[in-house]
Ligand binder design. Sequence first.
Ligand code: NAD
Ligand code: UFG
Length: 341
Amino acid sequence: MILVTGGTGYIGSHTCVALMNAGYHVAILDNLCNSRIEVLNRLARLCPVRPDFVEGDVRDPSVLDSVFARYPISAVVHFAGLKAVGDSVKNPLAYYDNNVNGSVQLLRAMQRANVKTFVFSSTATVYAGPFDEALRESDRLGASQPYGHSKLVVEEILADLQSAEPDWRIACLRYFNPVGAHESGLIGESPLGAPNNLMPYLAQVASGMREFLNVWGNDYATPDGTGVRDYLHVMDLAEAHLAALHHLQTVTSLSTKPLTLNLGTGQGYSVLEVVHAFEQASGQKIGRQFAPRRAGDIAQYWADPGLAKQVLGWQAKRGLQEMCADTWRWQLHSAKDGEPS
Ligand code: NAD
Ligand code: UFG
């Protein structure tokens, strides 16, 4: 059985679908600080069985011990955490507590339970730049804000653990820009309040909930002046977790370092390219206006996903059209049914 922390959240719920449809049994641990219990009903419709669910916090050792005592857990996929870059600048301690302390408490409980296979949600924000070429795992690291720093600290903790105890099997997966939703339209991303991220904001403009998109900056040194990112369909990302888990569970030679992989498509798209693709997918005209650059934004970055292909045999299959079409389907469903996550 796989323990998925943060499994009712955006990426966690899609990964639960991939895991359960591949035959894994799943137990979710989530404190519901950024997701809804209704997601479990949606998962039950998309998967052969309903996942087990424990409402609790990864920072609570007694909850963790009871989860490991109750279920025959063989590996942990750790999504639980806080993820808003701007919020982390205002509330750094909340981010270090949740993301760093939460990970340490979880790893200690795993040690007590003798469970040593661990997949960690990291981020492309750990790269320090320069950003003029595809980012590779060996590139220089450094984060300019507490969120990215909290992820980098956990990566370092995992490296120390793996070096001290080589029988651990650890993967750090650095996500680029996860977007989209399950093709059923039953699960997706439901940001609270006004979305910060491009794709959910576009969906709300297309549906008439918001008047127009602010395009943050059109004077970057990019082909059309707007920011370029490596958007990745969340189901491709979910399938990468499945591949990483399978790899860790079957690899025969133990390692002294965590397996660290970029997860992206390798292709960057500008804000305007995404707007046009979303207009095509939704059939809606999207109002936009150019606005000053957003503080802290980088002009462009995209992944070199070659190592993930080489080690896991994984590569993203879904393109920008599918990312937009699935986001739009989810937007229509969630507006009709009430937002489940
Ligand atoms: P999300 O907020 O939708 O999911 C996180 C889940 O964890 C939520 O269900 C929340 O309730 C739960 N949670 C938070 N703190 C918890 C705690 N202390 N104990 C138990 N549960 C807790 O976020 P997401 O987009 O699905 O991201 C999942 C992971 O991937 C996060 O660690 C995030 O930092 C990382 N990540 C996300 C992105 C992105 O753009 N979405 C990019 C890179 C990395
Ligand atoms: N953008 C707009 N208008 C908006 C929202 C975004 O023009 O209303 C632009 C941004 O300026 C940027 C691009 O769209 O050029 C993508 O922005 P997002 O906010 O969607 O994504 P980011 O690349 O800024 O950040 C995301 C996650 C972070 C994560 C990072 C790492 O939000 O949590 O990817 O890959 F750390």
